[in-house]
Design a protein around this ligand. Structure first.
Ligand SMILES: Cc1cc2nc3c(=O)[nH]c(=O)nc-3n(C[C@H](O)[C@H](O)[C@H](O)COP(=O)(O)OP(=O)(O)OC[C@H]3O[C@@H](n4cnc5c(N)ncnc54)[C@H](O)[C@@H]3O)c2cc1C
Length: 383
């Protein structure tokens, strides 16, 4: 049960740590900190939970490992769609079918995010919804000393910025959002309940369209495209074209649920020094921790949230903030665990964008190459 931001009660007493944003990054950080019991945590989010998030809701095998670390694997296993098959379609229309094993999960974000922040609350974190943070409070020395909600100024020893994208509170607010997306939900498609489709259509300039099965016979379908890709008729027109070309058969006779929704994503191939300050840490998409190529971000959000919690728990001093060792450790572990995946994602985009490589891969290597890339997404070897 979340509390009212504007009440005068004990719920808004000064915490040691304020976390802004209750998506996977913020709530994983809150759950880990609250579970250890050493640090009093207050989470603020501008939305009212459960809230819809524009997302394919695909949980990769590494994401499932992080859910286990959080103690939430069994809780979501019951509800998740276990996507054990993936049809990967290359730019030339060549198809590779992957199947077997546990694969990836689809858990609608409205349920995933609500479930994680709920677990954090049960572990002792305070959660205040419908509270937008309009800026960080900084002292005369430039160090963060809390947050400004426009209504109140709340102080803390450290602020975790977990505001996703686009956000004024991200590690580099001036950086452009790199990926545009648009998606919708349909009921009554012919997509099998355990199968997804990913299609690298040439019109998406190195990126892809997807159709993923959600619980209760719903499918989510969308496209990702670089922000600088030519979309002469606009993103909606491009989406309509791709729906027709890639998913016409799957969507025939299906009923759309609600309106199409878009949301920008940021991707990166580096983890900058600006993800840490003596009294602030940036996690998840607020730190741009999203893979190019796949636009996978939930796994990195959970992992960075837990890494941040560990750094805070071990290295936060009320007088001096997060020690240089604590900050360096957070950056080093993030880099070691995430950069190889980001670089692989960037390689995928470059190859898919290159005409010669596209033709080459389509004619010669397409089945093996696509299979090996796509198999990473479902955690299986190609059959
Ligand atoms: C179309 C699309 C499809 C995607 N598909 C996948 C996928 O299938 N699998 C995958 O792994 N990743 C996917 N991603 C990426 C993934 O959605 C994000 O990387 C992930 O949500 C990042 O988590 P986060 O916790 O950092 O931020 P978010 O989930 O964005 O959460 C941020 C939270 O902060 C709150 N907030 C923001 N600003 C403020 C403020 N000023 N004050 C208070 N609260 C604030 C927001 O309300 C929100 O609840 C997709 C992204 C897009 C756009």
């Amino acid at each position: 049960m979340a509390v009212d931001a504007h009440s005068e009660g004990d719920d808004m007493r000064r915490p040691r740590v304020i976390i802004v944003g209750a998506g996977p990054a913020g709530s994983a950080c809150a759950l880990t900190l609250a579970g250890r019991g050493n640090v009093d945590v207050l989470v603020l989010d501008k939305s009212s939970y459960p809230r819809v998030k524009v997302c394919g809701s695909g949980l990769s095998p590494s994401c499932l490992i992080h859910l286990r670390r959080l103690g939430l694997y069994d809780r979501f296993a019951r509800r998740a769609v276990h996507m054990t098959k993936l049809l990967a379609r290359g730019p030339s229309g060549h198809e590779v079918f992957l199947r077997g094993g546990k694969g990836a999960w689809i858990v609608p974000r409205v349920e995933l995010d609500h479930g994680i922040i709920g677990a954090a609350e049960r572990a002792g974190a305070r959660f205040v919804e419908e509270t937008k943070v309009v800026g960080l409070l900084r002292g005369p020395d430039g160090e963060v000393r809390g947050v400004d909600t426009g209504v109140a100024q709340l102080e803390a020893d450290l602020v975790v910025c977990a505001t996703g994208s686009p956000s004024r509170l991200s590690s580099d607010p001036s950086a452009p959002c790199s990926i545009r997306t648009i998606m919708g939900w349909w009921r009554g498609t012919s997509l099998p309940a355990d199968q997804g489709i990913m299609a690298w259509d040439r019109r998406l300039d190195g990126y892809y369209a997807w159709a993923f099965p959600e619980p209760d016979g719903v499918a989510n379908v969308g496209i990702t495209v670089p922000h600088d890709a030519a979309t002469p008729g606009g993103l909606k027109a491009l989406f309509a074209e791709i729906l027709d070309a890639q998913f016409g058969a799957v969507l025939r006779g299906a009923e759309p649920i609600g309106k199409w929704m878009g949301h920008p994503a940021v991707v990166t191939t580096r983890v900058g020094d600006d993800v840490t300050e003596p009294r602030a840490l940036f996690v998840g998409e607020a730190a741009r921790l999203v893979s190019p190529g796949t636009v996978e971000g939930i796994s990195f959000a959970l992992d960075s949230g837990m890494l941040a919690a560990d750094a805070i728990d071990r290295h936060l001093d009320a007088r001096t903030g997060l020690s240089p060792v604590g900050r360096a450790r957070y950056r080093a572990l993030s880099r070691a665990r995430m950069l190889p995946k980001f670089w692989a994602g960037e390689g995928l985009v470059r190859l898919m964008r290159s005409d010669r490589a596209r033709t080459w891969s389509a004619r010669v290597l397409s089945p093996q190459w696509l299979a090996s890339r796509a198999s990473r997404l479902v955690g299986e070897r190609p059959s």
